[in-house]
Each structure stands twice: as C-alpha cells, then as structure tokens.
Design a protein around this ligand. Structure first.
Ligand code: ADP
Ligand code: MG
Length: 237
C-alpha cells in the first residue's frame, strides 16, 4: 500500500504539488484526471524518486514506511513499477537480449508477445524509432516481466495508441494487473472503456480536488471541462 501524506513539492521555487493526500490500497485501481500541467506526471516521478524535486513537506510511505530516502531501484524493489509518459529509447540494447540475460523463456511469454503484437520490436533497439503506441506496448510487456511489482504507475498509457491497440493494451493490462494496484492517467479516456477502475481523483493546479466514480467523473469532465471541477459541489464534500 502506498500512502501519500501532505505531499508538497517545488521545482525551481515553484510549488507544483500542493498538500497531496492519496492512498493506493492493495489491488486498487486508481485513475488520475487533470488538465495538462496540473502535476500528474510530477506526482509519478516524485513517487519513483526521479529528478531533483524539492519535497518541502509531507511523506510517501510504502506499507507504513517512508521511502523518501530510497533510490529509484530500491523503490522498484519495494514493488513499484512505472511507465513514463514519454518512453526512453536505449540504443544498442534489445529486449530479446535482456530477456535472454535474465533467463526469461520466450515460450512462457509467447502468447503475451502475440497478444500485444510486439514480436517485430524485440530484436530492435529498445524504443528506437518506435511510434508512441508501439513504445507503450513494448514497455507494458517489459514491466509485466517483473513479477515482484505490486503497484503499477502508468502515465498516459493510451496516448498515441490507436483503437485496435487500445483494446490490446486494455485486455493485457486487465490480465497483468489482477491482484495488483494500478494508478493510471489518461487524456483521452479511451482506456476506461475496457478497463474497470475503482476510483478517480481529479487534480487541478497541483492539488487533488475531487474523488469519485471514474466513469461518472470522466463523463462530467468530457461534458463540462475541467473548469467546472473548480466550482463543483463535490469539492466541498
Ligand atoms: P501533467 O503531467 O499533469 O501534464 P506535469 O507534472 O508534467 O503535468 O507538470 C506540472 C507542472 O510542473 C508544469 O507546469 C511543468 O512545466 C512543471 N514542471 C514539471 N517538472 C519540472 C521541472 N523539472 N522543471 C521545471 N518545471 C517542471
Ligand atoms: Mg503528464
């Protein structure tokens, strides 16, 4: 379980996250909504321990223990897996070589590779010259190989992914996240059609302003826009 307590984060003297309180329970499926620049990716990056964000207040706990002093790889070992909004290409490294090095049997994951339609990317440099959607599929598969992850943080997994591949990603994610906690952000909402989420939060200007049913909140955002969220009655609850 990840607990975020009163988390306030600054970059270059500017507050980007303001007093965030959030609990991600075991196996819970959480979606974070919010307009561009509201701080969703920053929240993920701070949870992972990336960059020199200045945590001016608050804490991030995994199963009750603070992880603020932990490195990125220690956080992964504690069970947090992450796919960034923008994939990183790694020239000279191929996923099939990594799989071989870490003793993954191709036959064990053949079905997954077919299901995500990523076979032809395995012998190419990781994410090199892949489209946005292809990168997401490859990264999702790579993350699913790590069996000790129990919370997935997936930033805009459906961005740049066409409809056919949204189906592929959704059904794969459904399968791989059974019994695992999942936190996603989505811009288009496309992934919500297939993937059942338990709870949604809305972020505005670095604050969490709303919590509720994902489909209901998304319907409201689509109809009324994020501006409406600022004055919504739910906020006062
Ligand atoms: P979202 O993912 O919700 O679109 P981000 O978390 O990427 O938003 O960004 C939130 C705000 O913080 C934006 O205004 C962005 O420009 C700013 N920001 C994020 N990281 C940095 C950084 N390392 N340096 C300066 N500004 C940053
Ligand atoms: Mg983002």
């Amino acid at each position: 379980m990840i607990t975020i307590k009163n988390l306030t984060v600054e970059v270059e003297g500017k507050k980007i996250l303001k007093d965030i309180n959030l609990e991600i329970k075991e196996g819970e499926k959480v979606v974070l909504f919010g307009p561009n620049g509201c701080g969703k990716s920053t929240l993920f990056r701070v949870i992972m321990g990336m960059n020199d964000y200045n945590i001016v207040k608050g804490d991030i706990l995994v199963n009750g223990k603070s992880i603020l002093k932990k490195t990125i790889d220690q956080r992964v070992k504690l069970g947090i897996g992450y796919i960034a909004q923008k994939g990183v290409s790694i020239k000279g490294v191929k996923l099939e070589d990594l799989m071989e090095q870490y003793d993954f049997e191709y036959d064990d994951v053949k079905k997954d590779i077919k299901g995500l339609d990523i076979e032809r990317f395995l012998d190419r440099d990781i994410n090199y010259n892949l489209s946005g959607g292809e990168t997401k599929r490859l990264e999702l598969f790579t993350l699913s190989l790590l069996k000790d992850i129990d919370t997935y943080l997936l930033d805009e997994l459906d961005s740049g992914v066409d409809l056919e591949n949204i189906d592929r990603i959704s059904s794969y994610l459904q399968k791989m996240s059974k019994k695992k906690a999942l936190v996603i952000t989505t811009h288009t909402g496309a992934i919500l059609k297939e993937l059942k989420m338990d709870v949604a939060y809305v972020m505005l200007n670095g604050e969490i302003v709303c919590k509720g049913d994902p489909i209901e909140i998304w319907g409201c955002i689509k109809k009324e826009g994020y501006e409406k969220c600022v004055n919504c009655d739910r906020r006062k609850k």
